[in-house]
Design a protein around this ligand. Structure first.
Ligand code: ATP
Length: 325
């Protein structure tokens, strides 16, 4: 029998569509186990500020379809210090919270790892980030929605690129990981995809583009991850102007629209499964782990591994993109 009576749930770091569906699943599953649930608003910042709200089954009604997060998110520099984490731990104990469910990305889980080590409060992670850069899960919550948002934007850009015979450089999110760029690039039929994981030198980029125009294509589209070593779409456009000046070149930075919007069905199902699994895992005595989906099945992985082991992109997909472009 678990001694846990009250759990705290929070969303932290960059918001991602599906976080609300995960909160809903955590609350409703907890109710099945007769647990009380406290929402910690504004992530670690709210933990330090005692920004707590009681959640019941009704309070999470009608949120499964909403993007953003009803619990809000924030970044907290204080939580990166031992003093900040000690204050947060005291607040958690004062509020009789026995365990935590953290929904966030690699930064959130680095914080949770230190917090558990220092204060021994049970914690389970749920992967919530559009970046898909966490080991221990095939996909993170929000990734599929972000992919579809970016693909939809690319489709629209292609229409206008084609109408005016333009070259478009589309920048998508991904400071350190190219998952979004790679899959939206394939789904949007990009002529070239540039990622932080691969070093593509300028002569190579120019030669690929020359091939595109030699094939008599009048418009083209390059997808660039914001963290690509070229420095992003604006810098790349500057570099290309000299050799490709005769083409009408435009840059489009998709930015924060990739974070918003209704979660896709796939993200809602993922959130629901992982939210329920997080509570079940706590009840089973797990702690300091993340719940993820591996080959379609829920698995738990040590929290530390999720951010310390670099998740690799699928290089076969990159080769496929090159062949089809
Ligand atoms: P995303 O990748 O989607 O932006 P994230 O969870 O990685 O999400 P971060 O801003 O990196 O977002 O981290 C969220 C919060 O986690 C930070 O504001 C900070 O409070 C805490 N955090 C991040 N890294 C650490 C760390 N090394 N030690 C303690 N706390 C940390």
């Amino acid at each position: 029998m678990s001694t846990i009576k009250k759990i705290g749930v929070f969303t932290s770091g960059g918001d991602s569509p599906g976080m609300n569906a995960a909160v809903r699943a955590v609350v409703r599953t907890a109710k099945n186990f007769d647990l009380n649930v406290v929402g910690i608003r504004h992530g670690y910042y709210g933990m330090i500020q005692k920004d707590f709200v009681e959640l019941d089954g009704i309070s999470v009604s009608n949120i499964i379809q909403q993007g953003g997060t009803i619990l809000k998110s924030a970044r907290s520099a204080d939580f990166k210090t031992e003093e900040g984490r000690a204050k947060a731990a005291q607040n958690i104990k004062d509020y009789d919270i026995d365990a935590l469910v953290a929904i966030g990305g690699d930064g959130t889980f680095q914080g949770a790892t230190s917090f558990y080590k220092e204060h021994n409060i049970p914690v389970i992670g749920i992967p919530g980030t559009i970046d898909n850069d966490l080991s221990g899960t095939d996909e993170t919550i929000g990734y599929d929605t972000a992919l579809n948002t970016a693909m939809d934007a690319i489709d629209k850009i292609r229409d206008t690129a084609d109408a005016h015979d333009r070259m478009f450089l589309v920048e998508v999110m991904g400071r350190e990981a190219g998952f979004i760029a790679l899959e939206t690039g394939i789904a949007g039929g990009a002529e070239l995809i540039l990622l932080p994981e691969t070093l593509t030198r300028m002569p190579e980029i120019k030669s690929s583009l020359s091939d595109v125009f030699r094939a008599q294509r009048r418009s083209s589209l390059i997808v660039v991850a914001e963290g690509d070593e070229t420095g992003g779409a604006v810098k790349l456009a500057d570099e290309l102007k000299g050799d490709f000046g005769k083409y009408d070149m435009r840059v489009c930075i998709l930015g924060h629209i990739q974070r918003g919007g209704k979660p896709t069905a796939r993200d809602r199902v993922l959130s629901s499964r992982l939210g329920a699994a997080a509570v079940q895992s706590l009840m089973d005595g797990h702690t300091n782990v993340m719940v993820g989906l591996v080959n379609g099945e829920v698995k738990v992985s040590p929290l530390h591994n999720t951010w310390s082991k670099k998740k690799s992109i699928n290089y076969e997909l990159l080769e496929l993109a090159k062949m089809l472009s």
